[in-house]
Design a protein around this ligand. Sequence first.
Ligand code: HEC
Ligand code: HEC
Ligand code: HEC
Ligand code: HEC
Ligand code: HEC
Ligand code: HEC
Ligand code: HEC
Ligand code: HEC
Ligand code: HEC
Length: 421
Amino acid sequence: MTRLYAAACLIVVALSAPFWEVSAQEQPDSCVACHQNFGDDRLGKPVKEFASDIHSTRGFGCVACHGGDANDPGMGAMDRAKGYIGKPARKELAQLCGRCHSDARFMRQYNPSLRVDQVAEYYTSVHGQRLSRNGDEKVAVCVSCHPAHSIRPPSDPRSSIHPLKVAETCGRCHADAKTMEPYKIATDQLGKYRESIHWRTMSVKGDLSAPTCNDCHGNHGAAPPGMSWVGNVCGQCHTVMAEFFAQSRHAKVFAQMGVPGCATCHSNHDIKETGDAMVSLEQPGVCVGCHTNQDNGGKVALQMRAALDSLSGEYNKAHAILLQAERAGMEVSQAQFELNGAKDALVKGRAAVHTFSVEAISKETLPGLEIAKKAYARGLRVLDELEFRRKGLAVSLIIILALIVGVVLKIRQMERKKKAE
Ligand code: HEC
Ligand code: HEC
Ligand code: HEC
Ligand code: HEC
Ligand code: HEC
Ligand code: HEC
Ligand code: HEC
Ligand code: HEC
Ligand code: HEC
C-alpha cells in the first residue's frame, strides 16, 4: 500500500515537474548521440553549435526547447506523445523562451541578477506588436537576435548581442532592401551608424559605453528606462546638453514645429564629431536652414560663434607660444598647466551652445579668455628672457674671445721680448 502510494507520488512529481527541469540532469542525451551523426546543416549543425551555447553550459539539453525523450535512442525520442514539438513555430517562440525567462523563481536559481521582462518588453516593440497583431513573421523574433543554438550572454565577444555585434545583427534585416521592401522604411541605419562618432568610439577606441542600436532603441524594443520616446535617449548620456536644450527656446518651438530635438542638428544614426563651424549661418552650419542674419536667432548665432572663436583663437596662440618656449628648453610647465583652465572653459562654452544664449556662453568663455591671455603673456616673457639670455651669452662670448686674444697677444709680446734679450 505504502509502496503504491510512493509510486503514485513519484508519478505525480514527475508529471508536475516541468520537463525542462528534469532535463537539466539528463545524461546521456540520445538527441545529441543521433543528431551528431548527420553531416548536414539542418540536422547536424545544431549539435555542433549548441556545445558552446549558454543553455548547454548550464546543463540543458535539446529537450529543454524541443521536448521529447532524450533517453530513447531511437526515432521514438521524437514522439509528440512525449512532448516533442519539432521545430518551434516563429509565432510561438516568445512563449517557448518565456517559459523559463519570464519565470523569476526559476531564473533566480541560475542568475539572480538576470532580468525576466524580455518577453513583456518584446511585445511592446514594433517587432512584437506586428507579430501578435498582424501575424507578420518577417519581424524579429527571439531567435533572429539570439541564434537558436548559439545563444550567448552579451559579455561574450562571440555573441550576436555583444555591443560590437549588435549593429550587424539588426542590420541583417534592416540593411537588407529585400527584407524591408514591403515596409517602405529606410534601410540606411546600419550604413549611417557605421559612419558615426558613436561607432568609431566603440570600434576604434574600444569604448563600449558609446551607444549601439539597442542602447537607443531598447534591448527588446521598449524605450530604455525613463524614456517615453527614443528621441529623448541622448540625454541619458549627454546630460548637460540635454538640460540646457530642455530649458532653451528651441525645446518649445521644435516641439511646435514637429521636428525632433537633438536629431534636428545632429541626426540620429549619422552623428558626426562636432565643431565651432556648426554654429554658423553658412554650410556646414546647422543654424542655416532656419535663421538668416536678418532675424534675431541668426544675429545671436553670429555672436555665439564670435565668443567661441575669440577663446579658441587666444587658446591656440597661447598653446603655440608655450610649446615654442618648451622646445627651446624653457621651464613653462606651470603656465601650460594653467592654460588647461582655458581649454576647460572652451569645452563648457561649447556645451553652453545648447542654451542658445550669448550670455551663457560668455559666462564660460570670458574667464577662459583671461587665462589664455595670461598664459600667452607668460610665453612672450619667457621667450624675451630667452632672447635676453642669448644676447647675454653672445656678449660674454665676445668678452671671453677678446680676453683670449689679449692673452695670446700678451704672450707673443713677452716671447718676442725674451728672444730680443
Ligand atoms: C535515432 C536518431 C534520432 C534521435 C535519437 C533523435 N532524432 Fe531528431 N531527427 C532525426 C531525423 C532522422 C530527423 C529528420 C526527420 C525529418 O526530416 O522528417 C530529425 C529531425 C529533428 C528535428 C527537426 C524537425 C523539423 O521539423 O524540422 C528536431 C527539432 C529534432 N530532430 C530534435 C530532436 C530531439 C530534441 C531529440 C531528442 C529528444 C531527437 N531529435 C532525437 C533523428 C533523430
Ligand atoms: C534554447 C532552445 C533550443 C535548444 C536548447 C535547442 N534548440 Fe533546436 N531549435 C530551436 C529553435 C527556436 C529552432 C527554430 C529555429 C528557427 O526557426 O530558425 C530550432 C531548430 C532546430 C532544428 C531544425 C533546423 C531547421 O533549420 O529546420 C533542429 C534539427 C534542431 N533544432 C535540433 C536541435 C538539437 C539536436 C538540439 C540539442 C543539441 C537543439 N536543437 C537544442 C531551439 C532550441
Ligand atoms: C529551460 C529553460 C530555458 C529556456 C526554454 C530558454 N532559456 Fe535562455 N537561459 C536559461 C538559463 C537558466 C540561462 C542562464 C542564465 C545565467 O546563468 O546567466 C539562460 C541564458 C540565456 C541568455 C544569456 C543571458 C545572460 O546574459 O546570461 C540568453 C540571451 C537566453 N538565455 C535566451 C534565450 C532564448 C532566446 C530562448 C528561446 C529560444 C531561451 N533562452 C530559452 C533558461 C532557458
Ligand atoms: C531585435 C533583437 C532582439 C530580439 C527580437 C530579442 N532580443 Fe533578447 N536581447 C537583445 C539584445 C541586443 C540584448 C543585449 C542586451 C545587453 O547588452 O545587455 C538582449 C538580451 C537578452 C537577454 C539577456 C538579459 C537581458 O535582458 O539583458 C535575454 C535573456 C534575452 N535577450 C531573451 C530574449 C527573449 C526571450 C526574446 C524573445 C521574446 C528576445 N530576447 C528577443 C536583442 C533581442
Ligand atoms: C528578422 C529581421 C529583423 C531583425 C533581426 C531586426 N528587425 Fe527591426 N524590424 C523588422 C521588421 C520587418 C520591422 C517592421 C517594419 C515596420 O514596422 O515598418 C522592424 C521594425 C523595427 C523598428 C520600427 C521601425 C518603424 O517602423 O519606425 C525599429 C526601431 C527596429 N525594427 C529596430 C531594430 C533593432 C534595434 C534591431 C536589432 C537589435 C532589429 N530591429 C532587428 C525586422 C527585423
Ligand atoms: C544614438 C541613438 C541611436 C542609435 C545608436 C541607433 N538609432 Fe535608430 N533611431 C534613433 C532615433 C532617435 C530614431 C528616430 C525615432 C523616431 O523618429 O521615432 C531612430 C529611428 C530608427 C528606425 C526607424 C526608421 C528610420 O530610419 O527613421 C529604425 C528602423 C532604426 N532606427 C534602426 C536602427 C538600427 C538598426 C540601429 C543600429 C545599426 C540604430 N537604429 C541605431 C536613434 C538611434
Ligand atoms: C549610451 C550613451 C550614449 C547615448 C545614448 C548617446 N550618446 Fe552620443 N556619445 C556617447 C559617447 C561615449 C560619445 C564619444 C565621445 C564623447 O565621449 O563625447 C558620444 C559622442 C557624441 C557626439 C560627438 C561629440 C564630440 O565630441 O564631437 C555627439 C554630437 C553625440 N554623441 C550626440 C548624440 C545624440 C544626438 C544622441 C541621441 C540621438 C546620442 N549622442 C546618444 C554616448 C552616448
Ligand atoms: C539647434 C541645433 C542643436 C541642437 C538642437 C542640439 N545641438 Fe548639440 N551641438 C550643436 C552645435 C552647433 C554643437 C557644436 C558646438 C561647438 O563645438 O562649438 C553641438 C555640440 C554637441 C556635442 C559635443 C559637445 C562638445 O563636447 O564639444 C554634443 C555631445 C551634443 N551637441 C549633444 C546634443 C544633444 C544630446 C542634444 C539634444 C538634447 C543636442 N546636442 C541638441 C547644435 C545643436
Ligand atoms: C529647425 C529650425 C531651427 C534651427 C536648426 C535653429 N533654430 Fe534657432 N530658432 C528657431 C525658431 C523657430 C525660433 C523661434 C523664433 C521666435 O521666437 O520667433 C528660434 C529661436 C532662436 C533663438 C532665440 C531668438 C529670440 O528671438 O530670442 C536663438 C538665439 C536661436 N534660435 C539660435 C539658433 C542657433 C545658434 C542655431 C544653430 C546652432 C539655431 N538657432 C538653429 C528655429 C531653429
